[in-house]
Design a binder for this molecule. Structure first.
Ligand code: SAM
Length: 473
């Protein structure tokens, strides 16, 4: 537990921050600071692309309590739990996410089949939630400007078995120049001064200053204006931060409403714990700012967030060409041979594209993304090499165990689960060919049977020590 005054080795909260919050929150500030001081409870969002929330709860290794505004969201009640190291995590059954962040997909409310853009997506909490709410249909573009963070985003999108996502590594203006009015819904989870992170990240406390708040606000205004260009007439835009500073919240929304009168601030359906925006905290604040949503750490589970949902006036369906396949004949034949031998569901129609040696299935016509920095144009199926096709880990993670011809489906207690996640070979007998290794019906990755043994193809960079070793050690 961390104290707001900095006892126990944790950095003190900045004096200016305390003064500002005292001035705004008045008598509530005590409860607010106590909540900021912890203890920090991890949120867990069940990946509904793989398992229903009740079914997960029934097998959960951790005690869970519900997040009131998100039926697939829970709080882990055991502070000693290590949910990131559990095999269910490797199987993509859940994403560890702050409960306040779970309100983003609830408020933006994306629908199956829509085109959705998440402009600042890494490490992928809100993107994977949007994908699940869209039932992995339509088009979800997840963009991240920082290359290193973009690769972490890719790991999470793949672990959770999302197939309809395109991952880009671009700046907002470059995307807006290409994708004017293209999306039904856009999320801007903006970089911010991170006051909501104070409870778990001492670095956020050290980096905080009023000057940083002001610089963040200037950047947020610029990003939000670029994001707005990509919303179709009649579409939706959600602005989010994990900070309390009104300059970065109501202030940014006020400036946006003035710059873009074709967007109005929507008063969304709200849960009892969703507080209103505070027009009175900024000079000359538009009364409409009360329609924004503030989540506080002392009024519900989670660190706190700010949300503003906008709708663009008008109604227009942009032209969206269908994705076409551009695989050379030999690559296609290699993929088809693998598919017929290994997988019992049809090969996706259209959208099969080759990038270097890699074969992807894309939900978005390549004319729309060629020339941009694209990390994944869609579902990564595998590699075409020496006229053979080798499946990628991302292909395995989005399959079901019933969809492959050869699988080893293990119960949680089976020591081969850990052995596989650590990269050890598994004993046979096996028919030659590809096999899916699964945990209670949920894929973990590929193995290849050769001479009765299973060669382990679990990616090296994902190999971990198992949670039981951590518990024992
Ligand atoms: N949405 C993510 C999630 O739920 O996992 C968290 C996003 S985080 C709050 C903000 C992101 O904005 C960071 O990943 C950061 O790299 C990115 N960012 C920083 N500067 C940016 C800029 N100028 N334009 C767009 N994104 C930026």
């Amino acid at each position: 537990m961390r104290s707001p005054t900095g006892e126990g080795g944790a950095p003190r909260l900045p004096e200016r921050f305390l003064e500002r919050m005292q001035a705004w929150l008045g008598p509530e500030v005590g409860a607010f600071l106590q909540a900021l001081a912890g203890p920090y409870r991890t949120g867990l969002r069940v990946n509904t692309l793989k398992i229903a929330p009740e079914a997960f709860r029934a097998r959960s290794p951790f005690p869970l309590s519900p997040v009131p505004w998100c039926p697939e969201g829970f709080v882990i009640e055991d502070p000693e739990a290590r949910p990131g190291l559990h095999p269910y995590h490797a199987a993509g059954l859940y994403y560890l996410q702050d409960p306040s962040a779970m309100a983003a997909a609830v408020l933006l409310d994306p629908q199956p089949g829509e085109w959705v853009l998440d402009l600042a997506a890494a490490p992928g909490g809100k993107t994977t939630h949007l994908a699940a709410r869209m039932q992995d249909t339509g088009v979800l573009v997840a963009n991240e400007i920082q290359p290193r963070r973009a690769s972490i985003l890719a790991l999470n999108v793949e672990r959770l078995g999302v197939t309809h996502a395109i991952l880009t590594n671009e700046s907002p203006p470059r995307l807006a120049d290409r994708w004017e009015g293209l999306f039904d819904r856009v999320l801007v989870d903006a970089p911010c001064s991170g006051e909501g992170m104070f409870a778990r990240d001492p670095e956020a406390i050290r980096a905080w200053s009023v000057d940083r708040v002001r610089r963040s606000a200037a950047l947020q205004k610029a990003i939000l204006l670029e994001a707005a260009r990509m919303v179709r007439p009649g579409g939706w835009l959600l602005y989010a931060t994990c900070t309390f500073a009104p300059e970065e919240n109501e202030g940014v929304v006020e400036a946006f409403l003035q710059a873009r009168p074709d967007f109005d601030l929507v008063d969304p359906p709200r849960h009892a714990a969703f507080d209103r925006g505070r027009p009175e905290w900024i000079e000359g604040g538009d009364p409409r700012l009360a329609r924004a949503v503030r989540l506080w750490p002392h009024r519900g589970p989670g660190h706190g967030h700010f949300y503003a949902l906008f709708r663009r006036a008008g109604e227009e369906r942009p032209h969206r060409p269908k994705p076409e396949s551009d695989l050379p004949g030999r690559a296609r034949r290699a993929l088809e041979a693998f598919w017929a031998e290994t997988i019992a569901r049809p090969l996706p129609e259209g959208g099969l594209v080759l990038q270097g040696e890699q074969i992807y299935w894309t939900p978005m016509a390549s004319a729309l993304w060629r020339g941009l920095r694209v990390l994944r144009p869609g579902w990564w199926l595998g590699r075409w090499r020496k006229d053979r096709f080798e499946p990628d880990h991302a292909l395995a993670m989005a399959l079901r165990v019933q969809e492959v011809r050869q699988a080893l489906d293990l119960p949680l207690w089976d020591p081969r689960v850990v052995a596989y996640l650590q990269g050890h070979p598994l004993e046979g007998p096996w028919e030659s060919g590809w096999a899916l290794i699964a945990l209670e019906g949920f894929p973990l990755g590929w193995a290849r049977a050769e001479r009765g043994r299973l060669k382990n193809l679990y990616p090296r960079h994902l190999r971990t020590i198992g949670w039981w070793e951590v518990e024992a050690g």
